[in-house]
Design a protein around this ligand. Structure first.
Ligand SMILES: Cc1cc2nc3c(=O)[nH]c(=O)nc-3n(C[C@H](O)[C@H](O)[C@H](O)COP(=O)(O)OP(=O)(O)OC[C@H]3O[C@@H](n4cnc5c(N)ncnc54)[C@H](O)[C@@H]3O)c2cc1C
Length: 465
């Protein structure tokens, strides 16, 4: 049984159905949605390049040998070897397992900053991306009809916190999106009010991070490229800066400046899915402790991989400070929370589950990073495939080629949307189907939009939209 059908879980299921003979095992996949979500293209959904279904890949279609159970795991009984879950209609069920692979991924990381839980939105799921696309469009439209210059400027100001790859992509692509919307709406029209027509209010994007550079965890050359592209688009990069407080009217930065805005996008990172906490097994930085074979110590029948697992990175020994290892606890760094690692760990988990059933031999997880690609939109990217730094259209081609190759399906539809985006203007249309209150920042289920009669969440949230 596999819990979670993201990069790690989908690959585990696919590899297992290839390795194990049909009559040898039943493969059960528990996931809240009937699709695999290709997260790296989410910024393109939020900025109107891709339609939402393009980044989803049907589980039934790509995993024909796997029994899909729609639902969210609520707890694991390790003694009885059962997983309790809740299905999309709120019904409770239980599933028994012989082997368990936990691949539940991660959720938005919160920081104890006043007002953030109420006024910020995360960027970890499809509902949040859909919400942001609509919200950006709506703010631009409302600004166009606004008589008050201050209000107009606040609606045209977008603040992104966290300049990792997610925040950087959102800011870089978001600025292009709002520029395109602005160009469409700035044409002389009777409905545009004075504040807008005067041309004084251009879309303004701020990208904040407490680190001294954008993309602080990636190669410096990627940072330099991203920094250059962002500045050329007039994105205001505020390094060494964070948010002190968020309010309905805007955000207070920790340097004392107040930025009037209606948009605060929270991209400060992720933490393992809260299910991990409830399993009652040892964790490191919130991730389930596993051996290099992805096995949970003391439970040979339980495996874990992806963002939810603390997998030792055998290619990166802990730098020895005193001859006894960095913190005296472990010999290797943990693998970063990336799709690159999660999907390959899925392959290894499948192989080792099969080995535990007498098929083949177990092996440890070891993967040398192949580089990273950051899509900046507008035919620009920053990439370092195999350590070779690239920028401009070549990097963009490599990045798009990489995404197409990495997607387990829907490639033609994605490529078709890219083609359409190259020749047609962005659609200035908001459907308004995902509202602010249905995508709270503090949620254990970023993959699902909250529905009105669902139990109240952990944090309060704005209900004005
Ligand atoms: C916007 C964005 C862009 C990114 N871009 C890149 C990139 O360019 N390159 C890169 O390498 N990485 C990128 N990443 C990181 C990458 O997406 C993650 O590291 C990767 O998704 C981790 O894979 P996973 O399988 O552990 O988790 P996920 O892919 O998140 O899958 C977890 C699955 O578990 C399910 N689940 C959660 N809780 C439960 C439960 N209780 N019961 C049942 N199922 C559950 C979820 O619905 C989901 O299907 C990006 C992430 C984001 C958010």
């Amino acid at each position: 049984m596999i819990v979670g059908a993201g990069f790690a879980g989908h690959r585990t299921a696919r590899a297992l159905s290839r390795i194990l003979p049909r009559d040898r095992a039943e493969i059960v996949l528990l996931n809240p949605t009937d699709y695999f979500l290709y997260l790296p293209l989410l910024p393109q959904v939020a900025t109107g390049i891709l339609e939402a279904r393009r980044v989803t890949v049907s589980l039934a279609h790509t995993l024909p040998r796997v029994r899909l159970v729609l639902g969210e795991a609520a707890g694991v009984d390790l003694e009885a070897r059962r997983v309790a879950y809740t299905d999309p209609e709120g019904r409770h069920g239980e599933l028994a397992y012989d082997r368990l692979v936990l691949a539940v991924g991660s959720v938005n990381k919160l920081l104890p900053v006043p007002g953030v839980a109420e006024y910020a939105h995360g960027f970890r799921g499809l509902p949040e991306a859909l919400y942001l696309r609509d919200h950006i469009t709506r703010q631009t439209e409302l600004a166009a009809a606004e008589a008050d210059a201050g209000e107009c400027a606040a609606r045209c100001t977008f603040v992104v916190v966290g300049a990792g790859y997610t925040g950087t992509e959102v800011a870089a692509q978001g600025k292009l999106f709002t520029d395109a919307l602005y160009a469409q709406m700035a044409r002389p029209r009777p409905t545009a009010r004075a504040a807008w027509r005067s041309g004084g209010t251009q879309p303004r994007w701020l990208l904040l991070d407490i680190a001294p550079r954008v993309l602080p965890e990636l190669d410096r050359r990627l940072s330099a490229t991203a920094d250059r592209v962002l500045r050329s688009r007039s994105v205001e990069i505020r390094t060494g800066t964070s948010v002190r407080e968020a309010t309905e009217a805007g955000v207070w930065l920790d340097d004392g400046e107040f930025v009037p805005t209606r948009t605060l996008v929270w991209c400060v990172g992720v933490r393992p899915d809260p299910l991990v906490d409830g399993v009652g097994l040892p964790v490191e930085r919130g991730r389930l402790l596993v051996t290099p074979q992805l096995n949970v110590p003391g439970h040979p029948e339980v495996f874990a991989c992806g963002d939810a697992a603390a997998v030792p990175d055998l290619t990166r020994p802990v730098r020895k400070k005193d001859g006894h290892g960095g913190d005296g606890q472990r010999d290797f760094e943990l693998t970063p929370m990336t799709a690159q690692h999660a999907s390959r760990q899925g392959d290894v988990a499948a192989r080792n589950v099969a080995a535990s059933l007498g098929h083949g031999e177990a092996r440890p997880y070891k993967h040398h990073d192949l580089g990273f690609a950051v899509d900046l939109g507008g035919l620009k990217a920053a990439a370092n495939p195999l350590g070779v730094p690239l920028s401009g259209p070549l990097a963009d081609a490599v990045t798009r080629g990489y995404h197409l190759a990495a997607m387990p399906g829907n490639r033609v539809r994605v490529a078709a949307d890219w083609l359409l985006d190259a020749v047609l203007p962005r659609q200035a249309v908001q459907l308004g189907l995902v509202r602010s209150w249905s995508v709270p920042l503090d949620t254990a289920s970023p993959e699902l939009a909250r529905v009105p009669d669902a139990p109240a969440g952990k944090g309060p949230h704005r209900t004005t939209e």
